[in-house]
Structures are given as C-alpha cells and as structure tokens.
Design a protein around this ligand. Sequence first.
Ligand code: SAM
Length: 247
Amino acid sequence: MYAIEVGGVARVARSLFAANGFSDRISLVRGWSTEVQLPERADVLVSELIGDEPLAEDVLGVTKDALRRLLKPNARLVPSGIQLFGLPVTVPDDVLNQCTFTPATVQKWQSWYGLEFAPLTKVAPFRQVMDFMNPHAVLGWKTLSAPVLLADVDFKTWQRSRLRTTVPCTATAPGQLNGMIVYFELKAGSNTFFTTHPASTDESNHWCSPVYSFVHPISLETGSQFELTYWYRFDDGLSGCAVRRRD
Ligand SMILES: C[S@@+](CC[C@H](N)C(=O)[O-])C[C@H]1O[C@@H](n2cnc3c(N)ncnc32)[C@H](O)[C@@H]1O
C-alpha cells in the first residue's frame, strides 16, 4: 500500500503508521501524486480531495493522472464519484444582510472607518452572493422543494471542463425562494457512503456548503413550478446559479 502525500503532515506519517501497527504494509511516497512514480500500479485509489467547493481541489485532474500512470486498468476508486445536489431555501434576512451591501451595513462601515461606502448599495441588488456555511447551521432554514440533482460526476469517465445544468422543480411549501444550498454525496460504486445533506451532518462536520443567493428571488405557492440553473467552471472555479418561474 502506498500513501502519497505532498503536505507537511507527511513528516509524521511514518510515526502514525508505526503507532497503529501498519509500518509493514504502508510505504510513504512524499510529493504530488501527479509528479511521483510508484514501483507498481495499484488496484485501488482511496482519496479525499473534496473541498467546500466540492470539485475545487482538482479531484478530477488528480484522478485522471492516477488512472493514466499509477493504477491498473480496472482499478477501483473510492470514492468513485460525487453527486451535487441543490436545496432551494429561504435564506434568513440576517444571513443575507451579513453578506450584502445593505444601507445598514455600509452605514456601520462608515462609522468604523470614516469612509463613504454608500455606492456599494447600488450594486447589491444585481450581485449574486455566495458564501460557505456549515450545513448543520442551515438546518433550520425553510426548504421549498425536495433536493435536486445538479451533477452526477463519475471520476473515471468525466471529461467536461464545465458543468451547467437546468433542472425543473416543484415547490413543496409556500415561501420566498431566495437561495440555494449545494451539498454533496460521495459514492462507492452505486452506494452513498457520505453526505453533507444538512439533516445528516452535525457540529463535527468540517465541510462547509456553498450557499448562493438569487439576484431575482421568487415567491412560491405549494405546487408552483420553477427551474434552477447551476454552473461551475473547473478551470477557474467560477460558479453561480439562477431561478426562473415556469408557470
Ligand atoms: C482534503 S485533505 C484530506 C484530509 C484527510 N482526509 C483528513 O480528514 O484529515 C487532502 C490531503 O491530500 C493532500 N494532497 C492533495 N492533493 C494531493 C496530490 N495531488 N498529491 C499528494 N497529496 C495531495 C493534501 O496535502 C492534504 O493533506
């Protein structure tokens, strides 16, 4: 078994293997996986390269390189893929106000710094806000429909450099749809073995989920039809989403 690690934690890795009785089974390989060689090709790749922005730690590029140089042809990947889901919600006003240039916020900054920030309030209504929040902290937010599948990424076969999807949805509750939480599920074959769905996490979860606000929120009744559009570009990490009424 080979453990490839580029970071400083590699300095204590051998002690950790020894303390747990694995020294005879794990060989440490220090460096970027994309730059090192292994003495032989491996049967299984176990990795955890999932970020708060789930695909931003280059899990796709690193896996692609490993498939080409470090793994046997039918090697197993754990995780084998990731599914991204969008959860349409009402983002509470106090959370939105923390992230947007409201008159009250810029007034506070003005009093702190003695500088005028009022022009920022003019861009606020046209600017999408994206923040990262612990999914456990958003558990009490009102959800307006079942989660929608935004992307189903198989690490072996995925080729695209951007993701753009529009998904039809039906409201399951009335309310103001002003945002979307993106959470993920990690797959091992067809099984899900980890999820950051807000109801499945607790305070010990260290992942934060992207939370987007919509530039044009919509008001929903139960049964209202709407569609969500989500995009993510792998090369520069730009992402965004929008909502549109369908009825
Ligand atoms: C997200 S962390 C995993 C943390 C670990 N699962 C945990 O819970 O503590 C990713 C780790 O992989 C290392 N890493 C990321 N990309 C790598 C690569 N291409 N080659 C080698 N190490 C890499 C980082 O230095 C980091 O230690």
